[in-house]
Design a protein around this ligand. Structure first.
Ligand code: NDP
Length: 245
């Protein structure tokens, strides 16, 4: 029996990278997983694989986190199917790095919509359930860019600082409610995240950088650690950076 057996865990951004790996790691601990993102074929493939590999149920709910009604539906479906909402992983995100002088204002808006509003909608939809249950765990995926600002990360960092501020406020407001909050800040992880960058100056800058990134599993293990602690333990902040050699 896993430490999360009979728990229902929602993971946003489960169609790729870190979210996909978190879903596997929580299923490995016995959680039933609810997989949310826009690309439902990818989610269905993951759900099939997870159910084959682990003794859990995996449910797909196609969700655009920028749509409040989608996120409300995600939580409603989870509650209807599993009877509770125990863990909510606010992982969906976009990192459209650009230099301010290049004025990618549409991408700034997209980052605000996904990275901030998407997370707020997750909190809005899941928190009342968790408070009523007097138990729950929200994990917000921020970034080291939510601790430091780099050239071209200004707007992305602004969104990730916002996520971290939200985590800090939640931790303070919810400490007596039974709802735990973890903010996780990864450094560079090898995923599809950088594939959406359109600013040519950023892409040129990347060509000159050498580094060995983390793997999604490195972050998923940290999340699994946080959500499998005894209920009196509140792991509030985890930073995972790659070593540079
Ligand atoms: P990926 O690009 O591999 O995954 C991003 C996920 O977010 C996808 O599953 C995508 O699904 C989902 N997503 C994007 N927009 C939406 C939307 N509107 N609605 C629902 N889902 C959406 O990147 P990562 O796995 O690396 O990123 C996961 C999180 O980790 C992000 O919050 C990112 O900022 C953070 N992070 C990543 C780092 C890295 O170096 N990789 C470092 C620090 C933090 P779909 O397109 O199917 O909707």
């Amino acid at each position: 029996m896993g430490k999360l057996t009979n728990k229902a865990a929602i993971i946003t951004g489960a169609s790729s990278g870190i979210g996909k790996s978190i879903a596997r790691h929580l299923a490995n601990e016995g959680a039933n997983v609810v997989l949310a993102a826009r690309r439902s074929e990818r989610l269905q493939q993951l759900a099939d694989d997870v159910e084959k590999e682990y003794d859990v149920t995996a449910k797909v709910v196609e969700t655009d986190v920028t749509k409040r009604a989608d996120v409300e539906n995600l939580v409603k479906e989870t509650k209807a199917h599993f009877g509770s909402v125990d863990i909510y992983i606010n992982n969906a995100g976009v990192m459209l790095l650009s230099f301010l002088k290049n004025d990618h204002v549409d991408e700034w808006e997209q980052m605000v919509d996904v990275n901030i509003k998407g997370v707020l909608y997750g909190v809005h939809a899941s928190l009342p359930e968790m408070i009523a249950q007097e138990e729950g765990h929200v994990v917000n995926v921020s970034s080291v860019a939510g601790h430091e600002v780099f050239p071209s990360s200004t707007v992305y960092s602004a969104t990730k600082y916002a996520v971290r501020a939200l985590s800090m406020g939640m931790e303070k407001e919810l400490s007596r409610s039974g709802v735990r909050v973890t903010n996780i800040s990864p450094g560079a992880v090898d995923t599809e995240l950088t594939e959406h960058i359109t600013d040519g100056d950023v892409l040129d800058m990347f060509k000159q950088q050498e580094m060995t990134p983390l793997h999604s599993e490195d972050i998923a293990k940290a999340v699994a650690y946080a959500v499998t602690q005894p209920s009196y333990v509140n792991v509030n902040e985890v930073i995972v950076r790659p070593m540079h050699k």
